[in-house]
Ligand binder design. Structure first.
Ligand code: PRP
Ligand code: URA
Length: 208
């Protein structure tokens, strides 16, 4: 299992503004989407391609197109929704599934409230998206669901993670690669990432 932390200047610049407590909902939502698009570009770098011949107006060009498994994007509700549009802009043929989880405020354990996946999910390369990887409980629960439905090729994409979350996912699902824009220092007593960005769902949807 591999953990990839992107140090691309554009991603880091946008992440700095995203973290700022003075960044408002409109800009926060736009930044989540922009970062997800840039991360998508990097996280799909190793997708297989096949050669195709394309007739241009003047000659035949040897080109490459995506090959291999079809893709699925699975946001963990709610905050994961903020990353979907940018992913679909890059991969318009991807199917989208939804896994609804929220963290119990006292136990910090994930509680499931919704799950709807593409019918052929087991044959797809799956990208699970969620801005935050804190305790790792939500990520592990989402990957558990997907594996229970036959998925074998799963990639986790989070904007901010931390050592605790990475370790939890690594222990439960050593076959799942994790892509992050940043790996922060630690969790606080409320299982929030420090320094993090606060509550991603509330900041995307303006609920607090
Ligand atoms: C946040 C975040 C992750 C989860 C991460 O969601 O979007 O899903 O917490 O924490 P964990 O790694 O400790 O499980 P939250 O439960 O706040 O729900 P929301 O997206 O509906 O706001
Ligand atoms: N969920 C969030 O939205 N932020 C955190 O820091 C941890 C969990």
């Amino acid at each position: 299992m591999a953990v990839h932390v992107f140090d691309h200047p554009l991603i880091q610049h946008k992440l700095a503004i995203l973290r700022d407590k003075n960044t408002g909902t409109k800009e926060f939502r736009a930044l989540i989407s922009e970062i997800a698009g840039l991360m998508c570009y990097e996280a799909t770098r190793n997708l297989p391609t096949r050669e195709v011949l394309v007739e241009t107006p003047v000659a035949t060009a040897k080109c490459r197109m995506l090959a291999g498994k079809k893709l699925a994007i699975i946001p963990i509700l709610r905050a994961g929704l903020g990353m979907v549009d940018a992913m679909v802009d890059m991969i318009p043929s991807a199917k989208i599934g939804h896994i609804g989880l929220y963290r119990d405020p006292d136990t910090h354990k994930p509680v499931e409230y919704y799950c709807k996946l593409p019918e052929d999910i087991e044959n797809r390369q799956v990208y699970v998206v969620d801005p935050m990887l804190a305790t790792g409980g939500s990520a592990v629960a989402a990957i558990d669901f997907l594996k229970a439905r036959g998925c074998k090729h799963i990639i986790m994409m989070n904007i901010i993670g931390c050592p605790e979350g990475i370790q939890t996912v690594q222990q439960a699902h050593p076959d799942v690669d994790i892509y992050l824009a940043a790996c922060d220092e630690k969790l606080n007593d409320h299982a929030y990432i420090i320094p993090g960005l606060g509550d991603a769902g509330d900041r995307i949807f303006g609920t607090k």
